[in-house]
Structure formats: structure tokens, C-alpha cells
Design a protein around this ligand. Structure first.
Ligand SMILES: C[S@@+](CC[C@H](N)C(=O)[O-])C[C@H]1O[C@@H](n2cnc3c(N)ncnc32)[C@H](O)[C@@H]1O
Length: 281
């Protein structure tokens, strides 16, 4: 049996290559029939609403790889300082920058050069000046202690090999009383209930497509509490059927190594979750 990816550097390399290729393709229009280049797709409209997307310049690359709307969860206020972990093409940073207004500021943090380049181009096109895109790893956030009011993140924490490091560093950079508002892929229930081992399950899923590295709900709560967060909330916003999982993985060989009974048991167990928590005041 092949093993799930476990070397942190290998995981990050796979993720970086996947998202670097994806955004270069979206920015450069991959082939004459591509529809996802330059301009919103149905994903962005479904996540953020037509009216919000219509406020953005038509020629910016709005490609989103999120699994929810962490911005809606965050309820940003004018003057706040926010940080987006794994900011991708920058869509949520730019929308957030408008919400916090000229007195506020938003940082986007990403480790993939092509994503950062696209995000910076988008920022210029959108005329946003109260934001900045930083290169770095969400496991070692390049900001001082207690500097941000709100952390948002959309479908990224599952991609980090060391989630407890990510949540610990998120806690560190939040001001006392600061909030965490995250959309992420999460397993509902205990993996031990499935008729395959955790290693077999994770091998049959894809890290880059955000499934293989997902925490269980119980582990998410445990790691958030261990990092010091309080008022932890996890709410399922979408359940993925097996067909959804395969469709979201655009051609990657997913679940093929599992017996039918295990595939059937997975139906609806992988979810998108809205996750909220707070650093005590
Ligand atoms: C699924 S995409 C989501 C992008 C964006 N949040 C969105 O909603 O479109 C994941 C992003 O996280 C970045 N990423 C993944 N792991 C990271 C890490 N350890 N440190 C920094 N960025 C990371 C990837 O480069 C990619 O841009």
C-alpha cells in the first residue's frame, strides 16, 4: 500500500506547485476554451454574491479556491486590522480592505509566488491601498505579537502539515480579544468509525485539493483550545458527496484505492465548516 504524504517539506512543495500552476493558468487563460480566466466564475458569485463581485474591476483575476466565505463570518468593522492566512489571488483581502476602510489595514499571507504576483496585480487594478501581500508560511506568520484584530482564512489550514503551529501562531499575532474566522475542510465524526485505516483514507485523498490533510471536528476544537482560543464554534456549511469530492479534484485519482464499502461510508463525512474562535481579552 502506498503511504500518505507525511514529510512537511514535500507536502508544502506539492501544494505550492498545485496552486502556482492553477493561478498561472487562470491568469494566462489556459487554452482557447478556458472560461475561468479573467473575471468571476460561478464559484466566486456563489461564495460572495453577484452584487459584491460586480464591485470589482471586470478584468481582475477573481479566481477563488475557497470553500466558504470567511469574510462574512469575520464581520469586519471600520478601522480594524485583519490578516488572511493563505490569501491566494487576494479576493478576500481586497473585499476586506474595503470593509475596514481607510483607517484599517489588511495583510494577505501566502507562500506561492504566482499567487502573490496575481494578488498584487489585482490590488492595483482594484485601486486598494490599505492592504499588503506578504510572502511566508502560515506556520511562522511574519508579523509581531498582538498586532491584528481579526484573522480570516479560506480553505488553507487543512493544507498545513503542522496545524497546531498555525493555530498557535495565529493566537500569537492576534490582539487580546481578537477573533478568528475560518472556512476549512473538516471531517465530521471519528475516523476510527470508517472501515479503513486513517493512513489508507488519507492516501486515497489529495492534499493539494484540500481533503487529505483535513482535521476532524474534535481535533480542530482540541487544537484551538490548546492554542488558547475560547468561544470555539464549528458549523457545517456543506457536506461533500463522493461525487462532489471527485468533481472538486479536477481529474486527480481520488478514492480509487479504497474498497466500495469505505467510499460509501465517506459520503457526506467530508465537510466545509465555518470556524470561529476568540483570543481572550
Ligand atoms: C485553496 S487555496 C485558497 C486561497 C484563498 N484563500 C481563496 O479563498 O481563494 C490555498 C492557498 O493557500 C496557500 N498556502 C497553502 N499552504 C500554505 C502555507 N503553509 N503557508 C502559506 N500559504 C499557504 C496556497 O499557496 C494557496 O494560495
Amino acid at each position: 500500500m502506498s503511504q500518505p504524504l507525511s514529510d512537511p517539506n514535500e507536502i508544502k512543495a506539492v501544494v505550492r506547485e498545485h496552486y502556482g500552476n492553477a493561478i498561472q493558468c487562470a491568469s494566462g487563460c489556459c487554452g482557447p476554451t478556458s472560461t475561468s480566466c479573467c473575471g468571476p466564475t460561478s464559484t466566486e458569485v456563489a461564495l460572495y454574491g453577484e452584487a459584491t463581485i460586480a464591485t470589482l474591476p471586470a478584468d481582475m483575476v477573481t479566481t477563488s479556491y475557497g470553500c466558504g466565505n470567511s469574510l462574512a463570518l469575520a464581520q469586519l468593522q471600520p478601522g480594524e486590522k485583519a490578516l488572511d492566512l493563505g490569501s491566494g489571488g487576494g479576493l478576500e483581502v481586497l473585499l476586506a480592505a474595503r470593509q475596514v476602510g481607510p483607517e484599517g489595514f489588511v495583510y494577505g499571507l501566502d507562500m506561492t509566488d504566482a499567487m502573490l504576483e496575481t494578488a498584487r496585480r489585482n490590488m492595483e487594478k482594484a485601486g486598494v491601498t490599505n492592504a499588503s501581500f506578504l510572502k511566508g508560511d502560515i506556520e511562522a506568520i511574519p508579523l509581531p505579537d498582538q498586532t491584528v484584530d481579526v484573522i480570516i482564512s479560506n480553505c488553507v489550514i487543512n493544507l498545513a502539515p503542522d496545524k497546531s503551529q498555525v493555530l498557535g501562531d495565529a493566537f500569537r499575532v492576534l490582539k487580546p480579544g481578537g477573533r478568528l474566522a475560518v472556512s476549512d475542510i473538516v471531517f465530521d465524526g471519528e475516523l476510527a468509525d470508517l472501515p479503513v485505516s486513517e493512513a489508507e483514507l488519507r492516501t486515497a485523498l489529495s492534499w493539494a485539493h484540500c481533503f487529505a490533510g483535513a482535521l476532524t471536528m474534535a481535533d480542530y476544537r482540541r487544537l484551538l483550545s490548546a492554542a488558547g482560543f475560547v468561544d470555539v464554534g464549528l458549523e457545517v456549511t456543506k457536506r461533500y458527496t463522493v461525487a462532489d469530492l471527485r468533481a472538486e479534484s479536477d481529474g486527480a485519482e481520488l478514492l480509487t484505492s479504497l474498497p466500495d464499502v469505505a467510499v460509501a461510508a465517506l459520503d457526506g463525512r467530508i465537510t466545509s465548516c465555518a470556524i470561529t474562535a476568540r483570543r481572550p481579552a
